[in-house]
Design a protein around this ligand. Sequence first.
Ligand code: SAM
Length: 211
Amino acid sequence: MIKIILLIILSLPLTIIILHTIIRLIRFFYKFPMPQFLANIIDNPLRRKIQPPKETGLRHGIKSGMNVLEVGPGNGRYTVEAAKIVGPNGRITTIDIENKMIERVIKRMETENIANINAEVANVYKLPYQDCSFDLIYMIAVFNEIPEQEKALTEFHRVLKPNGLLVFSELFMDPDYPLSKTLIKKVQSFPFKLKEKIGNFFYYTLKFEKI
Ligand SMILES: C[S@@+](CC[C@H](N)C(=O)[O-])C[C@H]1O[C@@H](n2cnc3c(N)ncnc32)[C@H](O)[C@@H]1O
């Protein structure tokens, strides 16, 4: 009996690694938005230890009074913390391609009594905002879900103010996790310059400046 239990315990990490690899392979060929029912599963205590919501906002360089665009909020955990940092003189606009995700964010805003968030359904390929609108754009575990990333980068560049910041946070646990050097190369093929890299192989934040 002990042998069987030991075998199960020892084979668990291997099973996770195999499953993770299979999902990564599928996601490499077929990119699509994360199903909305997973929003609360990825918002778990381990994840919040690695990417604490408030600290992540500060790590992104969000400051009081900023006008910020978030892409792909999931259940809105990081959105409300960002809204608290920008405060009453700032604003968070958050967009998601999935209506159900936006409904989750609105529900969280109501529960936490947060008023400085605009949550709307939109696609990164055609952002419904004027040129030079935002001080900062951020996304957490989103970019590799977007099939036509060049279109997205063009739009991010358009809606950012001069010298505005484009920020990506990534986590190894995410089956869409990109290597930081791959992401840096892709983003810097557009008029963006790497300003700061925080973290390590397993989780990192990259901050680019619009040039
Ligand atoms: C893996 S989830 C990450 C959620 C949240 N940022 C987090 O870290 O918990 C990716 C999110 O990006 C959204 N998304 C994917 N493609 C998108 C697109 N083209 N435009 C806008 N949102 C998109 C998905 O619907 C989903 O909410």
